[in-house]
Design a protein around this ligand. Sequence first.
Ligand SMILES: Nc1ncnc2c1ncn2[C@@H]1O[C@H](COP(=O)(O)OP(=O)(O)OP(=O)(O)O)[C@@H](O)[C@H]1O
Length: 203
Amino acid sequence: MAPAVLPSKQQPQPIVVSGPSGSGKSTLLKRLFDAYPNQFGFSVSHTTRFPRAGEEDGIAYNFVSKPDFQKLVAENSFIEHAQFGSNLYGTSIQAVKNVAEQGRTCILDIEMEGVKQVKKTDLNARFVFLQPPSVEVLEKRLRGRGTDKEEAIKERLEQADKEIEYSKTPGVHDQIIVNDDLEKAWEEFREFCVPREKGETDA
Ligand SMILES: Nc1ncnc2c1ncn2[C@@H]1O[C@H](COP(=O)(O)OP(=O)(O)OP(=O)(O)O)[C@@H](O)[C@H]1O
């Protein structure tokens, strides 16, 4: 008799959160992690930089040598990777899978190029885009945040146009949330990340 095939335990699908700089990703993600502390997680990145005091391998980062990093690149192991200064950083497909294997929903907070890369993997992610009400409002928020220099604000606004344009491509995102009123955006975001069972109401 053929052995019974056990259904594989269903793992939470990763969630890709994207949107222009200043659209509210950090604000909404902070709320999500505060509201559901054990349900979500970020993947552990790889880096070629040396560990700082207290940084544990596999927790703060996966610390690897440059040749090992380059080998992973050649094997297409990374969703995205980039160089900052003289060090290389990357998010591996396996690191995202590891979060799902722990029973948590992996959150990827990434920009447009990263979104395109995730689409090429077998991660079976869900995609949500945070859209500012308008580029004018976005500009006000970026200035209001007070963390960016004038030059950076200009660059971010130019990039925002491209991100918003790409977000209109049919089938790219499962949901687009316009972050106008924060409470309304939060409700929509929460609903997307933590879908309610039928019949469930607020506690
Ligand atoms: N609905 C909202 N109404 C008013 N202000 C908001 C709203 N959502 C976010 N903000 C404010 O806009 C600014 C930008 O938000 P936030 O830092 O969360 O953006 P971000 O998408 O994470 O940006 P980055 O990609 O640069 O990290 C913050 O000062 C935040 O408090």
